[in-house]
Design a protein around this ligand. Structure first.
Ligand SMILES: Nc1ncnc2c1ncn2[C@@H]1O[C@H](COP(=O)(O)OP(=O)(O)OP(=O)(O)O)[C@@H](O)[C@H]1O
Length: 342
């Protein structure tokens, strides 16, 4: 697999050259032979099914793990092992893990955020901590003990602590998974704004395709420890080269060529994928699709429709118009075809 960025055009901050990390000698775990160029000041999203190696890759990029073979470079220098040989360089790479291992459980929010300051900031402590608490909407929690906070509050305290020292790189492993929908979009936007304003480089692992598509400048797709596809969110969503990528990024239906024929699609390739938003409900007398379920999604409904052995998901903006048990006619505006083994 080719590295995702043109090394000659982008200013790179992190670089991995053929890194491999296996656990217990099991070749199918960890990451395998990854070469990755991370451009400065951009958000790189990492997507892949559970167990594909995303967290392992972040561990390697942070220096928390060292590769069995290959090298990680930060600003063109080999990254030392964070556990054995902690150096100043590690303070420029902040890693927000799912288990918040750097937080002090029995200290207050204020003290936790303060502990992220650099020694040189000691004279501006009150001002900087207050600003950070305000930015991340946690000023009202300043004297609360960290371990007593909710999951979402803890995540916001971790973000405030990580960013108070203005790191060069921010590694984010599912940073918003415990934050409720009302705040999540705002926080995503705040991270984007801070990254852009301060020129911070962020690497974001998430299971939420909408989050990655809206936040990332570039996406890499990992499968079984290897990078299998990369590009801009638009490219990967609109024209995925792999079935795997389409199934991860889109709300879609995956059909065999035989099933696709029922939808009027003739394909000689192994798989056909139809995105829910690419199916339109049309007029016409022949209504051959049965509505077997309707899922309310807030901004729209998802109709689950069936004909013979084919079930499709259809995004319907016209909420309330259709009923379970009714029949509809459809027109498929676009589909994607993939080889059998892609
Ligand atoms: N410390 C470890 N010891 C043994 N095996 C590990 C260790 N860390 C990860 N693995 C294995 O390596 C593989 C990749 O794990 P990793 O946590 O990187 O996946 P992931 O893509 O982040 O998964 P998820 O999305 O579920 O968090 C898995 O098979 C996992 O069991």
């Amino acid at each position: 697999m080719l590295p995702m960025f043109d090394k000659n055009k982008e200013e790179l901050i992190l670089e991995t050259i053929s890194i491999t990390k296996n656990f217990f000698g099991n070749k199918s775990s960890g990451v395998n032979n990854i070469t990755l160029f991370v451009p400065k000041g951009k958000i790189t999203g990492i997507v892949g099914e559970s167990g594909s190696g995303k967290t392992t890759l972040l561990n390697l990029l942070s220096g928390l793990m060292v590769p069995d073979s290959g090298d990680v470079f930060f600003n063109q220098e080999r990254l030392p092992d964070r556990e054995k040989d902690r150096q100043e360089v590690h303070s420029f790479i902040k890693f927000l893990t799912q288990d918040n291992y750097e937080m002090h459980l029995h200290d207050t929010v204020w003290d936790n955020v303060k502990s992220g300051l650099r020694a040189s900031d000691v004279n501006y402590e009150t001002q900087k901590v207050s600003e950070a608490l305000n930015t991340w909407g946690i000023q009202h929690l300043h004297d609360q003990v960290y371990s007593k906070l909710s999951g979402g509050e803890k995540q916001r305290v971790s973000i405030a602590k990580a960013l108070i020292s203005l790191p060069q790189v921010l590694l984010l492993d599912e940073p918003f998974n415990q934050i409720d929908a009302r705040y999540r979009e705002g926080l995503q936007q705040d991270i984007r704004n801070i990254v852009t304003k301060m020129g911070i480089t962020a690497i974001l692992v998430s299971h939420d395709p909408a989050e990655l598509l809206s936040m990332a400048d570039q996406l890499i797709v990992i499968k079984e420890g290897e990078i299998v596809e990369s590009g801009s969110p638009q490219e990967l969503y609109e024209s995925p080269k792999l079935l795997y990528t389409s199934l991860i990024l889109a709300n879609c239906t995956h059909l065999t060529p035989e099933q696709a024929k029922v939808c009027g699609i003739s394909s000689k390739r192994g798989s056909v994928v139809i995105y829910a938003e690419d199916i339109k409900i049309t007029g016409g007398l022949t209504k051959s699709w049965h509505i077997i379920n309707i899922l309310f999604k807030g901004t729209h409904e998802e109709l689950v429709i069936r004909q013979r052995d084919v079930t499709l998901r259809v995004q319907n903006l016209n909420k309330g118009k259709y009923k379970i048990g009714g029949k509809v006619n459809i027109s498929i505006q676009r589909h994607h075809e993939f080889g059998r083994w892609s």
